[in-house]
Design a protein around this ligand. Sequence first.
Ligand code: ADE
Length: 227
Amino acid sequence: MRIDILTVVPELLESPLSHSIMKRARTKGLLEVNIHHLRDWAVNEYGQVDDYQYGGGAGMVMMPEPLANAIEALSAKTRYDEIIYMTPDGPPFNQSTANQLSLKENLLIICGHYKGIDERIRQHFITMDISIGDYVLSGGELAAAVVVDAVGRLLPGVLNDETSALFDSFQDNLLAPPVYTRPADFRGLKVPDILLSGDPRKIEEWRHDQSVQRTADRRPDLHQSSD
Ligand code: ADE
């Protein structure tokens, strides 16, 4: 999968996408991430990409020309399945969206800044909006990193044990069960006996029950939709 990201702060994306599982995905050639600096398409020699908003009001708006020119230049080289705009007013990102995006070949992600991007770009170029939650970040970069991470780890071959993403929280609208490691007795706190029993069927049952219980307790909204 190839993901191109358009941003005015490339530095914000470099570290989150260069370590751990994302590093492995990129090194193995399973995920190609290209970060593009919007200022390369600035309207003047000062690197301008934003301007005052019509109608007045505080905050700058990202201008349509640099965005349109950048999107067109990138689209001339790659046929994008989706052109995604990271924005708090988009539909909330979830595991189901991550699963769907992981099946695509080429994505372009636009990171907003300031008051956002000119509405005409949204109407004519953007095919999908994504919010990562009901709060406002300073820009779309951290949100884009969240999306790339959640999608990238689902690509076949990225995780060591290919099945492990299947048991992540949310894959079936259930939260993951509790996990334990050595020692079996930590300051008098014991690992549940069943996990030491060596009986895979009972362990599986116990994990499922724990997932259901945890989801009912902590996320009753998910629990209802898992019925
Ligand atoms: N940009 C600013 N806030 C955001 C959010 N919550 N989700 C996605 N992009 C954003």
